[in-house]
Design a binder for this molecule. Structure first.
Ligand code: ADP
Ligand code: MG
Length: 463
């Protein structure tokens, strides 16, 4: 046991068995009851005993889902205001109603020596580090080993404790076979020698328990699950390549329902969405996000998935970017078409759009819904530091693989012949629930790549 915490008896067995699937929303609780797997339950028990845990596993094994339950448990065993929820990217942080690890830590872009970052953190985020009893980090694969060590250094120094992370309870999730940290070419001079967080000096000391979740929930077809497992580890065998080539031949229905296209590169995403919007030729309705709060919280909103500006027109393909009502399928990632605009008296709408109308969307699975203005929060513990109000949609003819990490999609169209780096083919393909939903227009099996260091880590740690 780290941190000298006494184990907390798990007297709330009932609570631990059946969890409300709250989908990252702290205010709205939905009535969808999901049963935790035995393995997920064991991890939760360890967390409720005060242990620091690293949770990994393939895409769709319920890491983020489990994290949402873990956050509830952490808020019960510590004070809610002493539990800090973070992720490596704005998009992932948004999904958990948290903040980026950079903004929590007060380290700006995270560049500089550990001493420099410590000084910066002491100035901007000392109270975060001092007041935290538990720190949650999602999508850790995008945090470098160097940064992970620097964060541990900052924690120990600000909290004046020699224990790993200054004795705070750490709950970290992610899959290192997915996207690695983005290292900007202009910073190549300081290319980290420790690329992955598991290469950090403090890594093993940081956790009491490291677990690989093994049951995949996102996909149920065994053939597809096995195929994805192979791609995750960079295996290219003929059967696998044949299955993917069959997906290439499948006709794509462009009638009423069009699958979003995933592109490895952002410029392609923007270009395709803009082209398709102009091609429709309809009258463009623009929505500009309204933000409140102070820096640096406010600028985090710009790096999340909620657009500064949303331009749509009749017939535009859109994706919902918030869980509105899980029971009826109005969830993050649901795709549909704008079928009209409806006048609204909503006060905040005046500031967002001069038109005074809200879009009506027909989702592909059948539901029709007028999209109201929604609010996103940047939270520091339980304190709201910044908010963004916007219509919860993005254009969905094209999406980037990076933005999609973490999402679940029913149908997906992609061309992976220009995939780059390790893990990208795996992240793209593992978003979709079934092979039926996968349309592959380009594919190059040489782009299936797993990093040898990652393979070695998993072999060593999980066998
Ligand atoms: P990951 O973060 O590992 O990629 P997610 O947490 O996004 O996976 O989960 C993928 C999908 O599986 C989600 O739709 C989630 O609701 C579902 N899921 C996760 N855990 C369970 C469970 N115990 N029972 C049923 N569905 C689950
Ligand atoms: Mg996830």
């Amino acid at each position: 046991m780290r941190g000298g915490r006494m184990p907390i008896a798990i007297a709330r067995a009932g609570l631990l068995k059946l969890f409300l699937h709250n989908c990252g929303e702290t205010k709205k609780m939905y009535s969808t009851l999901l049963l935790l797997s035995e393995q997920q339950q064991q991890v939760l028990n360890a967390i409720s005993n005060g242990q620091s845990v690293f949770i990994t596993g393939s895409a769709g094994t319920g890491k983020t889902f489990l994290l949402q339950q873990a956050i509830e448990v952490l808020r019960q065993i510590h004070k809610p205001s002493r539990v800090f929820v973070t992720a490596s990217t704005g998009v992932a942080a948004c999904a958990l109603t948290g903040q980026t690890i950079h903004s929590f830590a007060g380290i700006g872009l995270g560049l500089g020596s550990q001493r420099q970052l410590f000084c910066r953190a002491s100035k901007y985020a000392e109270s975060n580090w001092e007041n935290a009893d538990a720190l949650v980090i999602d999508e850790v694969s995008m945090i470098s080993g160097e940064l992970f060590d620097k964060l541990d250094y900052i924690a120990r120094n600000i909290r004046r404790s020699s224990k790993p992370w200054g004795g705070l309870q750490l709950v970290v999730t992610g899959d290192f076979f997915q996207l690695p940290p983005i290292i900007k070419p202009s910073f190549f001079s300081s290319y980290p020698t420790k690329e992955f967080a598991f290469e950090a000096k403090c890594w093993s000391k940081s956790f009491d328990l490291q677990v690989e979740l093994t049951r995949v929930f996102r996909q149920s077809d065994t053939q597809f699950v096995n195929l994805l497992q192979g791609i995750r580890r960079g295996h290219i065998d003929n059967d696998l390549v044949n299955i993917l080539h069959q997906c290439k031949k499948k006709p794509v229905k462009y009638s009423s329902v069009e699958a979003p296209r995933l592109y490895p590169r952002n410029q392609d995403v923007r270009r395709v969405n803009e082209e398709r919007l102009r091609k429709l030729g309809g009258e463009i309705v623009e929505y500009r996000a309204v933000d409140t709060g102070k820096e640096p919280w406010k600028s985090q909103l710009k790096h999340g998935i909620v657009p500064d500006e949303l331009q749509i027109c009749l017939g535009a393909r859109v994706m919902l970017i918030k869980n509105i009502d899980v029971k009826v399928g109005l969830v993050n990632g649901a795709v549909g078409t704008v079928i009209g605009f409806v006048e609204s008296e909503c006060r905040i709408l005046e500031a967002i759009s001069s038109t005074g109308v809200l879009p009506k969307v027909k989702f592909d699975y059948g539901e029709e819904k007028v999209m109201e203005v929604e609010t996103w929060h940047v939270m520091k513990g339980v304190k709201v530091c910044a908010t963004r109000e916007q219509v919860p949609l993005i254009l969905a003819w094209a999406l980037s693989v990076h933005k999609c990490q973490g999402m679940t999609l029913d149908v997906l169209h992609t061309n992976l012949s220009r995939a780059f780096g390790c893990g990208m083919v795996y992240v793209a393909l593992s978003r979709v629930r079934s092979l039926e939903g996968l349309h592959l227009s380009g594919f190059d099996s040489s782009k299936i790549k797993a990093n040898p260091k990652v393979l070695e880590f998993y072999q060593r740690q999980f066998g």
